[in-house]
Design a binder for this molecule. Structure first.
Ligand code: ADP
Ligand code: MG
Length: 610
């Protein structure tokens, strides 16, 4: 047989069968072994015969006993290659192998399995050796178990090596992989008094340097996940206070950036928003962004700390749009990020498209710009409300769809919503009075209707009500302003009613007290739709008017109609009053004239008598 990869040799190549080669090698081995044994014997006893090296073929013929001896010596893994040479000693083979060998057809497969098994065993041995060597040098223990070959388990004899393996396994199980667990138990064993007396009678305090070291090591494990700590298994990691403090300081470095990343990643804001937030930090307006206060359908609210080093300009000397002097910059801020998805936008457009302040800009803009307008609207409304003395968060800065304002609350704790606040009856009553007065002021002085006023958008802080979430607030001229106001009145009255406050307005009374419009007399069609027919405000004011049933369609400019109507009535009443007064005046005049005439008559009569 010639090799297909080699050049064809000119000289004929001598061929040999694989079995021959194997048996030859094996014969070699046996021969050497025999020689060694003989030499040994000769050195122990007196040599009587000089050793005559046997020919390879002789040895091959009588090699089976010697093979068996070698195998049962059991200091080596059994070499099954002998089977290939056709020779075998049945007494030394395990019964399952014999059984298989009886079946001639299967014997080839058995031989293959045995060889594989031998190979696997050697392979696994090598892995264990590497493992032992590695673990000797390193503090971190590695295991290569997952690379072990499974064939090793087949056809195993009880050898010393196997006993070693078992010991290894036991050792592995006994090893304390999680030293932290053990250490934790040890630390917990120290009672509250702060010391413990051990078996040797020595006192261990909680300030014991050993214990402190272990505790510090444990604390390192609770550093942020992006700080690589290793697993610290299998050995007692101890850290001095000094090292621990340094690590802690290091782990906090760049925390603002990381927190900003975490917060924004959690809420899934887009890259543009992330950039805006990053700029706020970079411009030294904010120091760090701490996390989410609330995620709603339309906006995400984050908590942030302002930068104490803010001077009114950033390090490049640019102004940065902050709406207050540096000394008034609140320490804690709330960042409202308006979501820019289309669905939420559709909900909003009915508030903004009819607001004359945004009329010119509405139709031509894309969604992102409209969301920016929405944020701008919240800013304007907050400022307008603040200007008439209502309690609202101060606006710090507006950047596109990101609005930074004062955080209502202390030390990262947001003030509770009115719905969550625990109020005494007196406080409840105060809150009611305050809200009614605020609604009145808002409508009549700020010329605004909140349009989403409820116990969810009023915060209770320092015994006062704070109004938030005013992006949707509209002016009374807005086509749906009165509907929104009626709904606001309903929300407020319902809340206080549910809380059991007595002597409060009905929603119609509240509406009338705010607008001086009688809900029953004025614009009854519109009001009926909302609170008598039970139509939802969404249905009644749905942006796509084709979807709205005819009977629920909002009237054109109901406020103006109502206003006009009431104006006409007022004028009519005034005219009537005037007429009445005129009539009375005329009457009085007539009376006077009559009196005068009568007086004249009387006088003339007297004169005639005289
Ligand atoms: P949404 O449109 O999601 O309702 P809001 O403006 O009502 O947005 O804010 C949602 C929540 O975030 C509020 O209910 C309140 O708990 C909290 N929040 C909003 N602004 C502030 C602020 N300035 N200070 C403290 N908490 C706030
Ligand atoms: Mg809200």
């Amino acid at each position: 047989m010639s090799s297909p990869w080699s050049k064809v040799a000119n000289e004929p190549v001598q061929t040999a069968s694989l079995a021959d080669i194997m048996s030859e090698q094996y014969a070699h081995q046996l021969h050497d072994k025999e020689l060694q044994q003989q030499q040994k014997k000769q050195t122990q006893k007196q040599p009587q015969q000089s050793p005559t090296p046997a020919s390879y073929s002789d040895v091959a013929g009588t090699s089976h006993n010697a093979t068996a001896t070698a195998a049962t010596d059991a200091d080596e893994w059994e070499d099954y290659s002998m089977l290939l040479s056709g020779g075998m000693n049945k007494e030394t083979l395990p019964p399952e192998v014999l059984k298989l060998l009886e079946d001639e057809e299967e014997s080839d497969a058995v031989i293959a399995q045995m060889l594989q098994s031998q190979f696997d065993h050697e392979y696994n041995e090598e892995l264990r050796r590497i493992e032992r060597q590695q673990n000797k040098q390193s503090k971190v223990t590695v295991t290569l178990n997952k690379f072990l070959r499974s064939g090793d388990a087949e056809f195993l004899h009880d050898t010393e090596a196997d006993e070693d393996d078992e010991e290894d396994e036991l050792y592995r199980q006994k090893r304390d992989w999680d030293r932290f667990e053990t250490n934790e138990k040890m630390l917990d064993a120290i009672p509250k008094c702060g010391f413990k007396v051990d078996k040797e009678g020595e006192m261990i305090t909680k300030h014991d340097p050993q214990l402190c070291g272990v505790r510090n090591a444990q604390r390192v494990m609770s550093f942020p996940p992006e700080f690589p700590t290793g697993d610290g298994a299998c050995f007692d990691m101890k850290l001095s206070n000094k090292v621990f403090n340094q690590l802690k300081a290091y782990s906090r470095r760049g925390r603002a950036d990381r927190k900003e990343k975490v917060a924004t990643a959690e809420m899934g804001v887009d890259a543009a928003t992330r950039l805006l937030l990053y700029k706020l930090i970079n411009n030294q307006i904010l120091e760090q962004i701490n996390g989410i206060i609330s995620t709603g359908k339309e906006a995400v609210i984050l908590h942030a700390n302002s930068d104490a080093s803010y001077t009114g300009t950033n390090e490049h000397g640019h102004g940065n749009g902050v709406l207050m002097p540096p000394e008034l910059l609140p320490k804690e801020c709330a960042i409202k990020i308006f979501k820019t998805t289309l669905n939420e936008f559709k909900q909003r457009d009915r508030y903004i498209k009819d607001d004359y302040r945004f009329k010119d800009r509405f139709s031509k803009q894309n969604h992102r710009v409209i969301i920016n307008m929405w944020a701008e609207k919240e800013m304007h409304n907050l400022m307008r409300m603040q200007s008439i003395g209502l309690n609202v968060p101060d606006v710090v800065v507006l950047k596109k769809h990101v609005l930074v304002m004062r955080f209502i609350g202390d030390n990262h704790n947001a003030a509770p919503k009115l719905k969550d606040a625990r109020l005494t009856v007196a406080e409840l009553s105060c809150a009611y009075e305050e809200i009614v007065a605020a609604m009145h002021k808002l409508y009549n002085e700020a010329k605004l209707v909140h349009a989403d006023l409820s116990e969810y958008n009023i915060l209770w802080y320092e015994d006062k009500c704070w109004f938030i979430d005013v992006a949707q607030s509209v002016e009374p001229e807005h086509p749906s302003a009165l509907e929104f106001l009626m709904r606001d009145c309903g929300n407020i009255v319902n809340f206080f009613e549910k809380r059991g406050l007595s002597n409060i307005y009905t929603k119609e009374q509240l509406f009338e007290s705010i607008t001086a419009l009688n809900a029953e007399k004025h614009n009854t069609a519109m009001l009926e739709r909302i609170h008598t027919k039970g139509a939802s405000i969404n249905q009644a004011t749905v942006p796509n008017q084709q979807e709205c049933p005819d009977e629920l369609k909002p009237l054109d400019y109901p406020f103006e109609l109502a206003w006009e109507k009431s104006q006409q009535e007022r004028e009519a009443a005034a005219a009537l009053q005037e007429l009445k007064l005129e009539a009375e005046a005329e009457k009085l005049e007539d009376n006077d004239n009559d009196k005068k005439l009568q007086d004249n008559d009387n006088n003339t009569a007297k004169q005639e008598q005289q």
